[in-house]
Design a protein. Structure first.
Length: 620
């Protein structure tokens, strides 16, 4: 299932505080012997991009310390010394990744820097900070990522202190196909100014093609931070020339070509939505994953959808189009390079301008935010083109459309059960009729149509905040309606293979027992063998009234609260805008009804579970 991820601070392994020296120039160009080149190649093999960045920064610092006068024991940055603190709040991993890059680059430039995940940051230190850079995403309908909820609530609340001595910059990440694009970044940027802090760089707002904004913004922000901290211009070092280093460092930017081992429909033929179980080979990739992680997939748009676009706009798919230094046929731009299924504010504005459409221009006004939100929720870009015709050239169309982005799917297998060279996914195909024509989802249509031996470009997106408890004796409660059950299949496999002694409770919801009870046989077998200790079902269309997972939780509230009081870990996976909010509200009600909490105390209790890592959400 599509997933949202976040994780803890990275890029600061043990000893990294010592990497704070300026990069000094080597006296002469350097070449390596074949033996050292081979040794370096073995070292680099299997390292990810952030690990390689860190190695580069560490090597540069060592080189600086080895220079005459450079010394060999440069002091680490003192805890309250003037430095740049980088905070990040991440749900999908992008903010975490960008913050890591910023920290690595800062260290390589000689800036004293501290990298901290938002929920690990001591809020009392805000008044002591001199320079703060925040990288934060916005989720769904203007929500902060789970790991930054405490930070955001504190800053916007009445207890936030005045911060006249703070210089700050905010990089917001979002998705312009949602109406509240970068809302959290905007909120924090404005609030810090209200508290008396001073911007050292303007607010950055990055869409899903993150680097288009983040890269130039980072350069500007770090330059301003360097000046503010009184650091001299970094001196570029001569670097060793290493040719043709072999690497298997597959990532978002360099995905692995995985082979499809199996693709099986796992719901009845008369089910309203097709759901597929996919098994992919990672053999030879060097990729490693853990239960709770996600698999990133680079999809292609459905050929039928591309044909609809060409027909509607009366454009020739064979026409060569040059854009951003590349030249491709229009059909290839639309099929593999551009986002066709998600409507964005930028494209609505461009289309309104192209056609001089007064109605669309009116919808874009701030006072019509509700109408605009409804437009984004109900229309794909092609619907807009049909309802509001305008002439587009192939070149202008390619420039106006957002680049196609990868989709993240919660991994539905444990490497302990299926092996490290295999990974499983649970995919619900998005296909529906609207405005009299068929509509498709990009990645789900791409994946569900794959045959055995087909190739899928993939990468692993770690999610350290969505992990099973290290103590196998702890109980776990898993709430996953629909394809939200995917990571819990991995969890149960992991608990079985690791011999965990804690109890496992699954709450699963879908429409019908006989049509879409996903992995029914596996759950029944797990119950029989004592691997799954409790299974509660919420089958919304099988009874006289609709019953959802949040309803089942309230019915089982006493037992659920008792499990949590005894130290159980609680996990939720699925839709962020509706299900996750409804489940959160149900948990608050349970704490009031069975824990004797007031509503405010119940919310604080749940926030405490989030902070402790005992309440984890993989929501999108």
């Amino acid at each position: 299932m599509p997933s949202s991820l976040s994780g803890p601070t990275f890029g600061r392994p043990k000893g990294q505080d010592d990497v704070n020296a300026l990069v000094a120039p080597a006296p002469l160009p350097v070449t390596l012997s074949p033996e050292k080149t081979a040794l370096l190649a073995r070292l680099a093999d299997g390292l990810g991009p952030q690990e390689l960045y860190w190695v580069a920064a560490w090597s540069a610092a060592r080189a600086s310390q080895a220079q005459p006068g450079g010394g060999s024991s440069a002091p680490a940055t003192a805890p309250d010394a003037v430095r740049l603190t980088i905070l990040y709040g991440s749900q999908t991993g992008n903010a975490k990744r960008l913050a890591g890059r910023l920290a690595t680059r800062s260290q390589a430039d000689g800036l004293p820097v501290r990298l901290v995940r938002a929920d690990a940051y001591p809020l009392r230190e805000l008044t002591k900070e001199s320079h703060l850079l925040i990288v934060i995403s916005t989720q769904g309908d203007g929500e902060p990522p789970d790991d930054a909820r405490g930070l955001v609530e504190f800053l916007v609340g009445r207890r936030a202190p005045r911060l006249p001595g703070l210089h700050y910059a905010v990089l917001g990440l979002g998705d312009s196909s949602y109406p509240q694009f970068c809302a959290i970044g905007r909120q924090l940027d404005a609030r810090l100014a209200e508290l008396g802090a001073h911007r050292f760089a303007p607010l950055g707002e990055a869409d899903v093609d993150v680097d288009a904004v983040a890269v130039p913004w980072s350069t500007q922000a770090l330059e301003q931070a360097r000046k503010a901290l009184g650091r001299p211009e970094p001196v570029l070092a001569h670097t060793a020339t290493v040719h043709a280093l072999p690497t298997r460092s597959h990532s978002r930017e360099q995905p692995f070509a995985a082979t499809v081992l199996a693709n099986q429909r796992i719901v009845a033929r008369d089910c309203e939505r097709a759901v597929h179980h996919l098994e992919l080979s990672l053999q030879g990739s060097g990729l490693r994953y853990a239960a709770g992680d996600a698999l990133g997939v680079w999809p292609a748009n459905p050929p039928a959808l591309v044909a609809q676009w060409l027909q509607t706009l009366r454009l020739d798919g064979a026409q060569e189009v040059a854009h951003d230094g590349r030249r491709l046929p229009l059909a290839q731009w639309l099929g593999r390079e551009r986002e066709l299924t998600r409507l964005t504010r930028a494209f609505v504005a461009a289309h309104a301008a192209a056609g001089g459409d007064v109605e669309l221009m009116r919808v874009l006004r701030a006072e019509n935010a509700a109408t605009f939100a409804q437009l984004l929720a109900s229309h794909q870009p092609l619907d807009l083109l049909r309802r509001h015709p305008a002439a587009w050239s192939a070149e202008d169309l390619v420039a106006a459309l957002r680049p196609l982005a990868p989709r993240l799917y919660s991994i539905a297998s444990s490497p302990l059960a299926v092996g490290e060279d295999e990974v499983h996914l649970t995919v619900a195909r998005v296909q529906y009729e609207a405005f009299g024509v068929p509509h498709w989802g990009a990645a789900s249509t791409f994946l569900s149509a794959l045959e055995e031996d087909a190739i899928v470009p993939v990468f692993v997106e770690p999610n350290e905040r969505f992990r099973l408890p290290a103590d196998g004796a702890r109980d776990v409660i898993m709430i996953g309606p629909g394809t939200g059950v995917a990571p819990f299949r991995a969890f149960v496999q992991e608990r079985r293979e690791s011999g965990a002694r804690g109890r496992n409770w699954l709450v699963f919801g879908n429409r019908h027992f006989t049509r879409d009870f996903l992995y029914q046989v596996e759950w029944q077998e797990a119950l029989k063998k004592g691997v799954l200790h409790r299974l509660d079902l919420a089958l919304s269309r099988d009874g006289e009234r609709k019953v959802y997972v949040q309803d089942r939780l309230r019915e089982r509230g006493r037992e659920l609260y008792a499990w949590l009081q005894d130290g159980a870990h609680l996990y939720v996976c699925g839709d962020a805008n509706h299900m996750a909010k409804d489940v959160h509200a149900a948990l608050c009600d349970i704490a009031v009804a069975h824990g004797g909490h007031s509503p405010d105390a119940a919310r604080a209790w749940l926030a405490g579970l989030l902070t402790q890592g005992r309440y984890a959400r993989d929501v999108y």
